[in-house]
Design a protein around this ligand. Structure first.
Ligand code: CO
Length: 626
């Protein structure tokens, strides 16, 4: 079977590329942060025909013995050429597992840190004691500690105690203590001690044997497709009900959909997360600096789960496996990493005619393509849903364990509400920026904003009841930095002016946003500069191959990049190969129900056809129920 230019990397491709990197003179003893496919130029991919050879470039990032920001190595598998770029200290490659391991080891062996833990009554004297200590290393960028020289690769380590291997350590924070680790100098630069805080009394376990007895009354609910599924899979290419697309994985962006078309008409060349940030709003010095860029700083893709049938996914499932590497360059295959299946979704349309006492109803169904990533205490599910009526939905599912503070008394419930005995949880946001590379019906696209305008009272509008939809063409990058406005029913529309529907109108797809706030952090703050994408719900740019990173390619210790830099020249977007960036999110005010593990919270957006079809495209659905 021939390889498509966008197929995820095979084991053999990665192994060949790792060997070539090891031969490079300018990389010494590499520790790898990530491996991924460097996607071939769009025009080449589009021209690709089955059976053609494909250009395959493997991109690695990592650190080695050099005390700089790391390396990027692009390995062309056909020419065996390796292009090595050294990365500056000002914007470093993502953290790798070797950085995490080093930070944990340095903290657990630091005399000052151990003394501070001991002073809190935490046992740290034997090997067994230290095994029960859970160290969470956090990125050190944005708010560097003065004891860490500028530009050094830094991490902040916070700690917890587990009763045993499967305990929930977050129930027992070693609070008020931070170890500032200088990864570059391989040392703990400073131990910050904000004073002893009481260990919360209650366990927070939710591992199997420690859960309450299972509730009665839930009868089996089985999903069966006795005649098989309705989708066809060819490698990583999927066809379902007119949709045709490719499934991919990116080390930073996670789950990627490529070349998505419907009934042979292109919609999106590429759709995926670009970056995300989790800024905290609490004044507590244990949390006030937190604003991890969970995608770009640690490589979200490295944390993809292996999914279990009947648990993570229900029904007739097709799984895709994904190949990653560990920090030593060894291939790590994650089986069942991406899950795909069909779901019944209630009714698609219905009408009951009261006069004739007859009616028609059809059922809706959706194709689900999903993956789940666990980063530290949080778990993020990314779910693409394709519907029979042309609707495309992204839903992020947030679960896992909230950040915690040990508090004898609640000091400021507005910044850190109580969630359990002597335990509070700081307010924070989760903001996700999705990059949507459009090719609606092929050719150039335009971007419009729709707002409802309420008409003033006049002779024609005597009761002030009238309103109208007003469409504004966004023609420049600066004009396309927009926020949601539910009070104006705001939405954004991608139009192909050259492609007309049966009514003679240009075809379009509309982005329906949810009513969510943008980043609360001040525009002058390091958080806001480093995660500038989150200042607006919408950005738009003309396609450029290298512009795929909402906050910049290498964000560790970086002061900010990505979208503000991309849009600095205020380029013309009036009629172009349009890329839309949409930031969505959750502002999380934790509650007792979020403890000890958080029920899923959701955020997302919809893309719906507007004149892409001439009428309801689902009239031809079979009527099983009549
Ligand atoms: Co949260």
């Amino acid at each position: 079977m021939s390889v498509h230019p966008l197929d995820p990397l095979s084991v053999q491709e990665i192994e060949t590329a790792v060997a070539l990197v090891r031969e490079q003179d300018d990389i010494n003893t590499p520790f790898f942060s990530s491996v991924g496919l460097l996607e071939t130029e769009k025009s080449v991919v589009k021209a690709h025909q089955p059976g053609d050879g494909a250009v395959r470039v493997v991109q690695f990032r990592g650190v080695d013995e050099a005390r700089d920001g790391g390396f990027q190595a692009d390995v062309d598998l056909s020419t065996k050429q390796v292009d090595v770029k050294r990365v500056s200290l000002a914007s470093q490659v993502p953290y790798s597992f070797s950085d995490f391991e080093l930070a944990v080891r340095l903290t657990k062996t630091n005399a000052e840190w151990l003394a501070a833990a001991r002073a809190r009554g935490v046992a740290v004297d034997t090997e067994a004691d230290l095994k029960r200590i859970q160290i969470d290393p956090w990125p050190g960028g944005g708010y560097p500690h003065p004891d860490v020289p500028q530009g050094h690769r830094a991490m902040r380590c916070i700690a917890f105690v587990r009763d045993d291997a499967t305990d929930n350590g977050y129930a027992h924070p070693i609070d008020g203590l931070i170890a500032h680790v200088d990864i570059t100098a391989r040392t703990v630069a400073c131990v910050e001690d904000f004073g002893r805080r009481p260990m919360p009394p209650e366990p927070g376990r939710f591992d199997g044997p420690n859960l309450p007895p299972a509730r009665p009354g839930l009868q089996p609910l089985e999903i069966e497709q006795p005649q098989g599924t309705s989708f066809e899979v060819d490698g990583y290419r999927v066809r379902w009900q007119g949709y045709d697309f490719r499934v991919g994985i990116h080390p930073v962006h996670g789950l990627v959909l490529h070349q998505l078309s419907l009934n042979g008409r292109p919609l999106l060349y590429r759709a995926a997360l670009s970056d995300m940030v989790v800024p905290y709003g609490d004044s507590d010095p244990m949390h006030s600096w937190k604003h991890v860029l969970d995608a770009s700083e640690v490589c979200l893709g490295n944390f993809i789960n292996s999914l279990k049938l009947g648990c993570d996914c229900l029904g007739e499932i097709h799984y895709f496996d994904i190949n990653l590497i560990n920090h030593q360059g060894k291939v790590r295959t994650v089986e069942h990493a991406i899950c795909m299946h069909e779901e019944d979704y209630g009714i698609q349309w219905k009408h009951f005619d009261a006069l004739s006492r007859t009616g028609e109803v059809r059922r809706s169904r959706r194709l689900v393509i999903s993956a789940i990533f666990t980063i530290g205490n949080y778990d993020y599910g990314f779910f693409w849903y394709l519907y029979l009526d042309g609707t495309i939905q992204m839903e992020v599912k947030l679960t896992g364990i909230v950040g915690v503070s040990a508090k004898a008394q609640v000091v400021n419930a507005g910044q850190s509400p109580q969630i359990a005995q002597n335990l509070t949880s700081p307010v924070h946001q989760h903001l996700f920026c999705f990059r949507l590379d459009w090719e609606l019906d092929g050719g150039a696209n335009q971007l419009f904003e729709n707002n409802i305008e309420v008409l003033p009272i006049s002779d024609d509008n005597p009761h002030g009841t009238q309103f109208q939809n007003v469409a504004t063409h966004l023609t420049r990058e600066q004009d396309a930095k927009r926020n949601v406005a539910p009070e104006r029913n705001r939405s954004w529309k991608v139009v192909n002016p050259e492609s007309r529907n049966g009514l003679g109108l240009p075809v379009a797809y509309k982005l329906l946003p949810q009513g969510v706030p943008t980043l609360f952090a001040s525009a002058d703050s390091p958080t806001s500069k480093r995660a500038a994408f989150a200042r607006h719900n919408l950005w738009a740019t003309p396609y450029a191959r290298d512009e795929i990173a909402a906050s910049g390619a290498n964000t560790v210790m970086h002061s900010g990049g990505g979208l503000p830099a991309y849009t600095a020249d205020n380029r013309d977007i009036s009629h172009c190969d349009l890329v839309m960036w949409h930031t969505i999110g959750v502002t999380h005010v934790p509650r007792p129900e979020d403890w000890p593990v958080m029920p899923v919270e959701y955020c997302g957006f919809h893309l719906i056809p507007v004149g892409f079809f001439d009428r309801n495209p689902t009239l031809d659905l079979p009527g099983h129920c009549t």
